[in-house]
Design a protein around this ligand. Structure first.
Ligand code: CA
Length: 495
């Protein structure tokens, strides 16, 4: 049974023109061979920006690149037929397909409505002006291009809590719609800005029972249309936790299997993540935001960073069974909103730490495997050209996870600039000795015990050419190049 290894199969600047779905179809066999077990796709439905939308500006959840809406039939990634071929190719290779679920908001309404709204203080969303006034809002979604296929549900102002733009009077800000539910925002959301229910676009009102049923219907419909192994839930800190507490159970029950679910609660504070996990009855996993930031800091800090502290305050350190670990994603890549890139020299170390240890489910980022280059405006308003090189040893590290990340783990976090760990292997499968440093070439003294006396080891990554043989007590000094990582495995396990 392969160890779960996710691939985030896209990035913010992945080229458009319907290239992703055919690319995934073509890569399915090589991904399976490499050891990828699950692929997280970008949002598969039509966004407000149509064929150029990355997908987080969701317009119509039921338009998988099938209807002429928002200026195109296909999404940025291809049309529905290509999506079906890609997901079927993955399924045929035994790879699970994980869908991105963007439920917080909708954008690109078809019609406006005249409604009553409250002004809200943007920095403190609990401060809702008690006065209401009439305004025109973009909240009516009729999906004329789809014509009621798959769902006849029409979204209108009753389906939303708030908007950031009104007309007549023309204003931007944060506006709470007057609706049938509560005066205020939804509870069980992040506490930033007093209440972080509102993020962008037309914010979905989960307290409307019809909306709630429609989102359950969509989940069941999707699982009936395409192979599905699970979900990646977008922006959950802006969505009442009670909604997903129910929705996930409903999806698992409908699927009749244990879907894999990971949610994006983008917060570096462990207590915020723990609180959310408790609110959703611990039915899902979360991305380990703190660990990602530690990797960023370590890559910037070089030899000044104490590697022994990498896992302090991380989700994978405290609640490993709920942690999805990552080195980069589409929001943290250069020029994106949460930009905090990990420098290329440190990525092999970071990936070794998420792929070869016992704790956490690792998520590999597409550009780290295949490279990427793109141009976009930075915070300074200037165009920047970004090159993200493929991390050369990453396919080997993924393979090493499936072949050598076996058995109990012993940590060797004893020096600030050189850490390592031992995977002891099992009776069926070999283990490994991982050593890394953020300073110059060095070595770590490792005691593997009498059973490993006189055994020859080689670096599976090929960063070192030497063969290391343990002494009569099973001890050896395992070398590592400067700013590098080596994965030492029994030479006789390499054949
Ligand atoms: Ca919300």
């Amino acid at each position: 049974m392969a160890q779960r290894t996710l691939l985030q199969a896209f990035h913010w600047y992945y080229p458009g023109d319907g290239r992703l779905w055919p690319d995934i179809e073509e890569k399915a066999a090589s991904l399976a061979e490499m050891g990828i077990t699950d692929v997280w796709l970008p949002p598969i439905y039509k966004g407000a920006a149509g064929g150029s939308s990355v997908g987080y500006d969701v317009y119509d959840l039921f338009d998988l690149g099938e209807f002429d809406q928002k200026g195109s039939v296909a999404t940025k990634y291809g049309d529905r037929a290509a999506l079906e071929r890609a997901t079927q190719a993955l399924e045929a290779k035994g790879i699970g397909v994980i869908y991105d679920v963007v439920f917080n908001h909708k954008m690109g309404a078809d019609e406006t409505e005249r409604v009553h709204v409250h002004r809200v203080t943007p920095d403190n969303r609990e401060e809702i002006d008690p006065d209401t006034f009439e305004a025109t809002v973009h909240t009516r979604f009729t999906f004329p291009g789809r014509g009621g296929r798959y769902s006849e549900f029409i979204w209108d102002a009753k389906c939303f809590t708030g908007v950031d733009h009104i007309e007549d009077p023309d204003e931007t800000g944060v506006f709470k719609l007057v609706n049938d539910y509560d005066e205020g925002w939804s509870v069980e959301v992040d506490a930033e800005f007093g209440n972080f229910d509102y993020l962008m676009g037309s914010d979905i009102e989960f307290r409307n029972k019809a909306v709630y049923e429609e989102l359950k219907h969509w989940g069941r419909w999707l699982m009936g249309e395409l192979p599905c192994a699970g979900f990646r839930l977008d922006a959950v800190k802006h969505i009442p936790a009670w909604f997903f507490r129910d929705w996930i159970g409903h999806m698992r029950e409908s699927a009749g299997k244990d879907l894999f679910v990971v949610a994006e609660y983008w917060h570096p504070d462990l207590e915020a993540l723990r609180n959310y996990l408790d609110l959703v009855d611990r039915q899902l996993m979360l991305f380990d935001v703190a660990l990602h930031y530690h990797f960023h800091d370590a890559s910037k800090g070089g030899a000044d960073y104490d590697l022994r502290t990498l896992f302090d305050g991380t989700l994978v350190g405290a609640m490993p069974e709920h942690a999805v670990t990552l080195v980069a994603n589409h929001d943290t890549q250069p020029l994106q909103s949460l930009e905090a890139p990990v420098e290329p020299w440190f990525k092999p170390l970071a990936y070794a730490l998420i792929l070869l240890r016992e704790q956490g489910v690792p998520c590999v980022f597409h550009p780290d495997l295949y490279g990427a280059d793109y141009t976009d405006k930075g915070g300074d308003g200037q165009d920047h050209h970004i090159e993200m090189p493929a991390i050369e040893c990453l396919p080997r590290l993924i393979k090493a996870r499936q072949r050598f990340a076996n058995g109990p783990q012993i940590d060797l976090f004893d020096e600030p600039n050189c850490i390592g760990f031992i995977r002891q292997g099992t009776s069926e499968a070999p283990g490994c000795v991982v050593v890394m440093t953020n300073a110059g070439e060095t070595a770590k003294a490792v005691d593997l015990g009498q059973e490993a006396a006189g055994v020859a080891f080689r670096d599976f990554l090929g960063h070192r050419d030497d063969e290391i043989t343990t002494d009569e007590k099973g001890r050896a000094s395992f070398p590592v190049n400067g700013g590098s990582v080596s994965v030492w495995v029994r030479a006789d396990a390499l054949n």
